[in-house]
Design a protein. Structure first.
Length: 315
């Protein structure tokens, strides 16, 4: 942008010399360099915190569907890239062994209830023992708990969608055996209600960003168009602050460590292309107009629009 404005200045200077408004001398020969320095320190340096910009990305939650029970898949009732509603069946696991456990604990619970009734009857007649009543009561509670768990496992053989969304990764087929191991999933599910459009703002420029400030976004997905929004929140942490669990002593910070930006979550206001319609992974540039150095906002607005039109030729 500095080069662009300098070229405009040189063109105006050339015309002024041609029509005789000014006489070419050493000062005017050096004036383009002076103009560039003035632009840099008076306009573009303050613009970095008055109207900061950064890369923007649409983040979307991907849920790895892992069943709560083990078994062989009997049916896969969903197709890849097919929209589903919350509670729709994704796939079914062979319920035979879980139905058997339900039947087993149901029979044992019925027997324990009968034994408990007999023990109570004998107690009322004065020929029974309180110990027998307590033993059978404990059996009833034990088998009731195991039956509840067996019923839950049986219900979990039908795996359902956790929310409205779409199945993206589907490698599951009938006959494949699945297990409740968190190290591997068989279905990748993308929910409709879990998304965040965030811009990365450098640490030296984020100090003036506040919720509610105006934002303009130029996405590669929609070249030539500026999307309107506002700052929803500033995420006051980045990956360099995280200490992952480890048996190693964490290294101390060094000047060579990269200075990671902070994420600014953006709430879109555009009605033509709302946030819910922006696909996950859409990238671009966002400009935030803070409450300081308002005179620099016009330059940032020009720059973000140039970015939007350049998106037609960017890969």
């Amino acid at each position: 942008m500095i080069v662009f404005l300098t070229l405009i200045y040189v063109a105006v200077l050339f015309l002024a010399i041609k029509i005789g408004l000014i006489k070419l001398n050493t000062f005017w020969k050096l004036s383009p360099a002076i103009w560039m320095v003035l632009l840099f320190f008076v306009l573009f340096v303050p613009m970095q915190w008055g109207a900061p910009s950064g890369a923007v990305n649409q983040f979307q939650t991907v849920i790895e569907i892992i069943p709560n029970v083990n078994g062989e898949v009997t049916e896969v009732e969903v197709q890849a890239l097919e929209s589903v509603k919350q509670g729709d069946v994704l796939f079914r696991i062979d319920p035979t062994q879980y139905q058997s456990r339900v039947d087993q604990f149901t029979a044992q619970l019925e027997l324990s209830n009968l034994n408990l009734d007999r023990a109570r009857d004998l107690m009322e007649r004065g020929v029974g023992r309180q110990l027998d009543v307590d033993i059978y009561r404990a059996e009833v509670l034990n088998y009731s708990a195991q039956l509840d768990n067996a019923n839950w496992e049986l219900a979990e053989t039908v795996v359902r969608a956790p929310s409205d969304g779409v199945v993206v990764g589907l490698s599951l087929r009938p006959g494949q055996r699945v297990a409740n191991l968190p190290i591997r999933s068989w279905v990748a599910f993308v929910g409709d209600d879990e998304y965040r459009l965030a811009a990365g703002i450098p640490q030296s420029r984020v100090r003036h960003v506040r919720p509610g400030q105006e934002v303009e976004v130029a996405l590669r997905l929609v070249p030539g168009k500026i999307l309107k929004g506002s700052v929803l929140e500033v995420v006051r942490i980045n990956p360099s602050a995280q200490l992952p669990p480890s048996g190693m002593v964490p290294p101390a910070p060094t000047p060579a460590d990269p200075t990671l930006p902070y994420a600014v979550v953006i709430e879109m206001e555009d009605e033509v292309l709302g946030l819910a319609k922006i696909p996950g992974g859409a990238v671009g540039t966002a400009a935030i107009y803070t409450d300081s150095v308002a005179a620099t906002h016009i330059i940032r607005r020009v720059m973000i629009r140039m970015e939007a039109w350049l998106n037609y030729i960017k890969p």
